[in-house]
Design a protein around this ligand. Structure first.
Ligand code: TUI
Length: 307
């Protein structure tokens, strides 16, 4: 399927894997890229040299294009932004902030820049700053989220900018893909479905929690701190929401989640850890390979779209 996104990125299918902290490492990124999508390494809060290693390992596993997600809350974001250029990475997505200050460096190096945005205003600002495309991410997504749903956000962003729009949030199958195209998107980004992929290195407990999750099993913590995060309900979210209701201060809340995503992903602590996942987790029923996921979605979507 050819779209402006497959053309822009030189990939076969317009499916991008989310740049998820701890989850989006070289094995997953390479598997998605080898399957014809765009794999991403999530730099998250990693030190620059770790990101460099991840990029090099990914290059060993694939000859296809892959990208790096630069998480802008990372105090090391500037160094990571440089590593991306030094390593010749061709695509960058950004999350959790405004990447304007890195845009000139990336554009000069020929890097395609795709900021993740949660509003029309931010999408317009990114277009003016030189972005090649945007990911419009709805609040159905896992992790750090905005406040508008994918269904409402995507067509408004499509109308607001001239660059291609990639839809994210609540998409995990061919129906979601087709719906996104109907809203005017040129591609989709998926996180949750790839967390459960065979090639995903997340702990078995995390995959099990995700696969067992139903439609209403995620919740949003951190509304009071200005950094809302969606994850699967567990002992940690219950305690967090209780403390938030009682008006706990930022430091007290931080204590609950310090290292908690790592603990869930790497150690399988799905009780006190943060099991980030989107609302679509209820649709994810099995641990499929990235290739099976992408081919299934494309086959189903083509039928639905009459292609
Ligand atoms: O970034 C994400 N999702 C993430 S980042 C992340 S790391 C983290 N872990 C724990 C707590 C907080 C963060 C986990 N999940 N998605 C893309 C995204 N970007 N969603 C929303 C935004 C966003 C928010 C504000 C983009 C721009 C923005 O602008 C702020 C500004 O500077 O105006």
């Amino acid at each position: 399927m050819k779209t402006k996104i497959t053309e822009l990125l030189g990939i076969e299918y317009p499916i991008i894997q989310g740049g998820m902290a701890w989850v989006a490492e070289h094995n997953l990124a390479a598997a998605v890229s080898n399957a014809g999508g765009l794999g991403l390494i999530g730099a998250a809060s990693a030190p620059p040299e770790v990101v460099r290693e991840e990029i090099r390992k990914c290059k060993e596993l694939t000859d296809k294009p892959f990208g790096v997600n630069v998480m802008l809350l990372n105090p090391n974001a500037e160094e990571v932004a440089k590593v991306v250029v030094e390593e010749g990475v061709k695509v960058v997505t950004t999350g959790a902030g405004n990447p304007s200050k890195f845009m000139e460096m990336w554009k000069a190096a020929g890097v395609k820049v795709i900021p993740v945005v949660a509003s029309v205003a931010m999408a317009k600002m990114m277009e003016r700053a030189g972005a090649d495309a945007v990911v419009a991410e709805g609040m159905e997504s896992g992790g750090h989220i905005g406040s508008t749903t994918t269904m409402a956000l995507v067509p408004q962003v499509v109308d607001g900018v001239s660059i291609p729009v990639i839809a994210a949030g609540g998409i995990a199958d061919g129906r979601g893909f087709a719906a996104a195209m109907m809203l005017g998107a040129e591609g989709v980004q998926m996180g949750t479905r790839f967390v459960a992929a065979k090639e995903s290195i997340v702990h078995a407990n995390y995959k099990e929690k995700l696969i067992k999750a139903k439609d209403i099993d995620s919740t949003v913590t951190g509304m009071s701190t200005g950094h809302p995060v969606r994850s699967i309900k567990n002992k940690m979210t219950k305690e967090y929401l209780r403390l938030e209701k009682e008006g706990a201060d930022f430091m007290e809340l931080e204590k609950l989640t310090l290292g908690s995503l790592r603990n869930a992903v790497m150690d399988g602590d799905v009780i006190n850890g943060t099991v980030m996942a989107g609302q679509i987790a209820g649709l994810v029923k099995a641990e499929d390979s990235c290739q099976d996921i992408i081919l299934e979605i494309m086959n189903d979507a083509k039928k639905l779209l009459g292609k």
